[in-house]
Design a protein around this ligand. Structure first.
Ligand code: DAH
Length: 443
């Protein structure tokens, strides 16, 4: 699997490389309460925040994931995710902000409105959390571009929690946060150049820029745009992004920012942006000139725009020095009390509790194996106690040709000691459910 924009936390929606199917979900009738009564998973339907969705063969939302929906870390003032969001917003002072769109969206909003092809692998059950064929937990904040446009604003930001099924380790979590930026203007060369000059006059970002992208057939100017207009709006995008990054990494003297070509169904040309941070290139965002079909669909035929989408966790992890993505979800005062709205300070680790490591090995049945489904199942049993899941052995029997896998599951709590008995119990359940759901033969 391509893990390009870790910022966006994993594969971007333009560049999924894996396809898959298979739905693993357990039927469970129980109501979970967080701060507000949130959801109920029934036999026939799922209720979330008062809305009911019939189940079908696409349903794969789990209690573990639904229990995160009302947490809204991006709105908790002392959470680093919210602090980063506000810092980004402070770079776009005249932009309207939308931070409270519901993460429960239609597949139309998440995919079709953005012209993501019907057979695009980013739509699979293995990669998303579906309530049913038509309703999904948003996989990106781009799902709200049309709502933003419908507001009549020509510049806006949208932030929120987004959901993708994935593997488990210190930097991957099935819920993360993104911020989306959108800007458009009259498609008029003189207006576009006046606006570009206006922002260039305010500030020249002091960064070392690596940008050798050129317009090419694989990443073209849209046929309906003139090269000049597309270049002007792209220059406006690049200047806006470079300035924002400069301000986010204010303490970094020698900031290197690299632009590379990318592909997204909702932009062309498209780019990704990387930052050289402590010797490592970090992918931080995807962006481009908005697909004109999106503009026209919103009745904005004579406008031209740019958009970007950026993950907040990776940025917060490097800027605050947070070593494990699960910490953002911690309700431990030793975590949350370390942060102050408006300020970036280094996280001081409190003692790490000891891990508990368990292996599981099994023979696979015939057919495909989707690691995401396996991880999802472990998450269902262990919740945030699972720190990472690693494939440590993959073996094919020379005579029978049967494949055997061994995974190492690392259990650890962020805020307390776990007992061996407690973990044994979880591990036993994991073994049972893996056997029942995937028809594997445990070893
Ligand atoms: N939605 C994309 C993702 O999550 C990121 C993105 C790319 C957003 C390009 C945009 C954009 O608005 O123009 O992978």
């Amino acid at each position: 699997m391509l893990r390009n924009i870790h910022s966006l936390q994993r594969v971007t929606l333009g560049r999924y490389t894996t396809a898959g199917s298979c739905g693993v979900f357990s039927v469970c009738k129980k109501t979970w309460y967080s701060t507000k009564p949130a959801f109920e998973l029934g036999e026939k339907d799922t209720t979330i925040n008062g809305n009911k969705f019939d189940k079908d063969e696409w349903t794969n939302v789990t209690p573990a994931i639904l229990s995160k929906v009302n947490r809204q870390l991006h709105l908790q003032p002392k959470n680093p995710i919210s602090i980063i969001r506000q810092l980004i917003e402070s770079n776009f002072t005249d932009f309207k902000t939308f931070n409270e769109f519901s993460p429960v969206v239609s597949t139309r909003q998440n995919f079709d409105d953005l012209h993501i092809p019907v057979d695009h692998p980013s739509r699979t059950k293995s990669d998303n959390y579906y309530f049913n064929k038509e309703t999904v937990l948003r996989a990106h904040t781009s799902a709200h571009q049309l709502q933003g446009l419908a507001s009549g604003e020509n510049k806006f930001l949208i932030s929120g929690d987004v959901y993708r099924r994935d593997e488990i380790d210190a930097s991957h979590y099935p819920v993360f946060h993104q911020i989306e930026g959108f800007f458009y203007l009259d498609n008029d060369l003189s207006k576009l150049s006046t606006e570009l000059k206006r922002i260039q006059d305010i500030e020249t970002p002091n960064i070392e820029l690596v940008d050798d992208t050129v317009i090419k057939p694989e990443n073209p100017v849209q046929a309906c745009h003139s090269a000049e207009a597309s270049d002007l709006i792209a220059a406006h995008l690049k200047h806006s992004i470079n300035t924002m990054i400069r301000n986010l990494f204010a303490d970094e003297k020698d900031l290197k920012v690299r632009w590379i070509d990318a592909y997204f169904p909702f932009t062309s040309p498209s780019w990704e942006v990387e930052i050289l941070y402590k010797g490592e290139w970090l992918e931080v965002l995807g962006c481009g000139v908005v697909n004109q079909k999106i503009m026209n669909g919103a009745g904005l035929d004579n406008k031209i725009g740019w958009a970007f989408g950026m993950g907040l966790e990776r940025l917060a992890m490097v800027l605050f020095g947070i070593p494990d993505i699960r910490l953002f979800w911690s309700q431990d005062q030793r975590f949350i009390d370390q942060f102050t709205p408006g300020k970036i300070n280094k996280f001081v680790p409190f003692s790490k509790f000891p891990p508990c490591i368990k292996d599981i090995s099994f023979w696979l049945p015939e057919g495909e194996w989707h690691e995401n489904d396996f991880c999802e199942l472990i998450r269902g049993e262990a919740g945030d106690l699972v720190e990472n899941v690693q494939l440590i052995d993959d073996f094919k029997h020379p005579k029978t040709n049967k494949r055997s896998l061994c995974y190492r599951i690392n259990y650890r709590s962020m805020d307390r000691n776990v007992t061996n008995e407690e973990i044994n119990e979880i591990q036993e359940k994991v073994r049972q459910v893996v056997q029942d759901q995937f028809k594997v033969e445990l070893r």
